[in-house]
Design a protein around this ligand. Sequence first.
Ligand code: ASP
Length: 348
Amino acid sequence: MNKRKILLIYTGGTIGMNRNPATGALEPFDFHHLLEHVPELQQLDAIVDNGQLTSDDGRLLPPIDSSDMTPSLWSAVARCIATHYDSYDGFVVLHGTDTMAYTASALSFMLENLTKPVIFTGSQLPIDQLRTDGKENIITAVEIAAAKDDDGHAMVPEVGIYFGGRLLRGNRTTKESAEAFRAFESFNYPCLVDAGVDITYHRERILKPDFSKPMVPHYDLDNNVIIFSLFPGIREDLIQHIIHAPTLKAIVMRTFGSGNAPQQPWLLNALREGTEQGKVIVNISQCVQGAVEMTRYDCGYYLQQAGVISGRDSTVESAVTKLMFLLAQYPDDTDKVREMMGKSIRGE
Ligand code: ASP
């Protein structure tokens, strides 16, 4: 049997960081330094190559702390995967944990009809530390990216986050702990793979693309979007500034409980005005578990009347990146963006 080929793309993050002797703070280091600490990769039944991120004018991009991630770097990751798509069986993206759920969500939308695994992972402790969680995360992520079924199709043809023994759907995942090795959770969708003594694939939960069709990459994103949270005492003048910001096209509004908001007329009027100006306003709950149901309480019902659309059980990361993707796909068609926000397009 031919060895599976995996492309390992290093974007930065704690996994490859070293302590700067002058400041004492962690900073990203180069990829070769990182791989020196995982000689075990050579024992795997797979060829692991390293992929470099480049800008659209061909410059090599340095590793970063993921707090510095941007939509143009998401496009660079998508471009790297698309360029090497036919030459590899799967892709592992090493990424800082802080914004990994945003990047994984964005990539899930940018890579349409994905037929190969794109597995994000990283670590809470740098790879050169004795108790690092990075080794197990990289090794198992590579194993999952290389796994195929009896028909020769990838076991996990989707964008996932592997961390702490579980593979979660990328656009269902949120970073929940800055401390625990199990840093991520998917509150509204069960894990795709459990990696204990055995690696168990929950096939009924995994997306099934059309393997006879090509993967279609999309690189454009429109980040004229904002996320804001409601709270008791929120001020009308400040909300007016946000809603009437001239370049703003979409809002993720984080509401209470099952999608509720204060019933003050000024808020409902402001939201209605925003909708009438063509802004897409999506209701996502501040609760991480459960779904928005705007017909359950009066205060949710009034939001619907003001044109706010339900984000159901979506994560904030998924809602905001899906809006960036759809606004770029349908720049002159707000109705289409609103319609597509109401549908699951990548299992989100
Ligand atoms: N600040 C780091 C980052 O997101 C944290 C990590 O990798 O865990 O890049």
